[in-house]
Design a protein around this ligand. Sequence first.
Ligand code: NAD
Ligand code: ZN
Length: 369
Amino acid sequence: PPLLVPVRLQRAGYDVQIGAGLIGRAGARLAPLLPQKRVMIVTDENVAALHLPALIAGLDETGIQHQTITVPPGEGSKTLAQYGRVTNALLEAGVERGTTVVALGGGVVGDLAGFAAATTLRGLPFVQIPTTLLSQVDSSVGGKTGINTPFGKNLLGAFHQPISVLIDTGALATLPAREIRAGYAEIVKSGLLGDADLFEWCDRHGQAVLAGDPDLQAEAIRRACAFKAAVVADDEREERKTNGRALLNLGHTFGHALEAELGYDGRLLHGEGVSIGLRLAFMLSVRLGYCAQADLDRVTAHLERLGMPARISDTGHEFSAATLVRHMRRDKKMRDGRLSFVLVRGIGKAFTCRDVPDEAVLATLREDG
Ligand code: NAD
Ligand code: ZN
């Protein structure tokens, strides 16, 4: 039987189901939840080739009607143009208020399909079947959907909670090792920011998770989803500026700056930037006197032992510290000309610090790079 993580929100409640082979059993799992025995699948070309046949076979067995909309793979599909294509296809197919949109793919497909579901006919039921480790532990839980604009990432979007999230650990067998590591960074992040037990667990089992052990992968996903579900239940719409969902950005101010500099073209995956950013956030916390060196050393040792990116030089590129700080200033979380960071008082003890001096950030970047 699948592992279950209940997500209980103010106006929505659903279970995240985690197990091997759930894509093939999605028809049976979804049948009791669907308002209408009809779904519109949104997926990308890579995932369609690998995992769509199993989903369709299961839907056919349970008599659920389906049509599929396929977008090109990659961040380049989170655009107004692809949003227009997807919503036109939904409308052309004659969807009704009870027709469910099913996202089969990584975070790109989940964010795009979720935004299309949130807005088409003012909101269609939505199901997430995340197929990357990152989407399984992060983007599929929480209800954030959206697309990018020329002015920045994720600037058009909506909160739209799914009616169900089905996580098939079997999908990870086809995911490139680099993408597995990128997703793992978000699991470690959860531990480091608010769940010291989860970090201990990662320290013991992370190697096996990366090596593909399906039971330990399922357990890692369960723990990360349960952690995220608790944070989201506490601050569903990111209304708390410092102490709720904002803490999920540990390592992300640094990570986004590295990503911005390498231009979102695949040279640096989001999770790779986060992995390096986690260590930088600990370094900055030590420098400012909030965190003990021993905790930073544990983080460094963990990342290095697992072969995770830990240093800016691990990207294989050189960065100017001043340029990275300029990217951080453009980050939407910046206020009043002061840099705001999620810092730590130790492992599992994150907090938001709203006035970090530029010099400390520059020194941290120079120390690392
Ligand atoms: P992605 O969706 O681009 O997937 C990465 C690559 O893996 C793609 O090429 C995809 O085709 C391929 N792929 C997917 N599943 C596969 C499988 N099982 N086997 C083989 N290949 C597979 O990227 P991602 O890392 O999953 O998601 C990144 C996106 O998620 C970003 O746009 C980010 O903004 C978003 N995100 C959203 C939230 C949220 O709360 N909504 C949170 C974190 C990230
Ligand atoms: Zn992230």
